[in-house]
Write a protein of this length. Structure first.
Length: 202
């Protein structure tokens, strides 16, 4: 038979063993689980989910008119050095590569509505060559037509629907001009550029 004093000591020891550390264990478990249950607090860095709308950036202001004989640069700083390619050479070597090229050509027309695109011309090129600004990052003056352009960008080929071609034709001449006739879809070359230097003839 167990002595009463020993029984009391054994009961006390069991009580301390089962209850003495439980608050610390609960705190440790809560601390361990906390990172997994915290909500995300950086929505700005989360990738866009399907169907979500990208953040709209403010459209840049359209610059004033070019000064004849004064080279004026728009967009980001140029990253390519060396002699620029003529338009026909650029179409032959840069198409579909995804690599930026340094090109020079004459501006044929510029969007009179907002200045967000322009077209190029060359005597040895018989197709439409369009130029868009990357991410609509900058605009061009309305009087850019006829300017010498040196620009940096990538080149691809695309089909323009008849409706798009008519819209571009109207924007090229403005509300007072007469747009060229569009009879159907058009195959066009398209540069997407990050920088351009324009020089209007004196």
């Amino acid at each position: 038979m167990m002595h009463p004093g020993r029984a009391t000591l054994l009961a006390l020891a069991l009580t301390l063993t089962t209850t003495g550390c439980s608050p610390d264990r609960a705190a440790d478990a809560e601390a361990t689980a906390e990172p997994a249950t915290q909500p995300t607090t950086q929505p700005a860095t989360e990738p866009a989910t399907e169907g979500s709308q990208p953040e709209r950036r403010a459209r840049p202001e359209r610059p004033g008119p070019l000064e004849p004989g004064v080279p004026t640069t728009f967009g980001a700083p140029f990253t390519l050095d060396g002699e620029p390619l003529a338009l026909s050479a650029a179409l032959a070597t840069c198409l579909g590569t995804g690599e930026p090229c340094l090109v020079e050509a004459r501006v044929a027309s510029v969007c009179q509505s907002s200045g967000c695109w322009f077209t190029l011309r060359a005597d040895d090129v018989d197709r439409v060559v369009r130029v868009d600004m990357e991410n609509y990052g900058f605009l061009l003056p309305r009087n850019s037509g006829g300017a010498h352009a040196r620009f940096e960008g990538t080149l691809r080929e695309r089909e323009i629907t008849a409706a798009q071609a008519r819209h571009f034709a109207r924007d090229a001449v403005g509300p007072e001009g007469t747009p060229r006739e569009v009879t159907g879809p058009e195959q066009a070359y398209q540069f997407t550029i990050t920088a351009v230097e324009l020089t209007l003839p004196e």
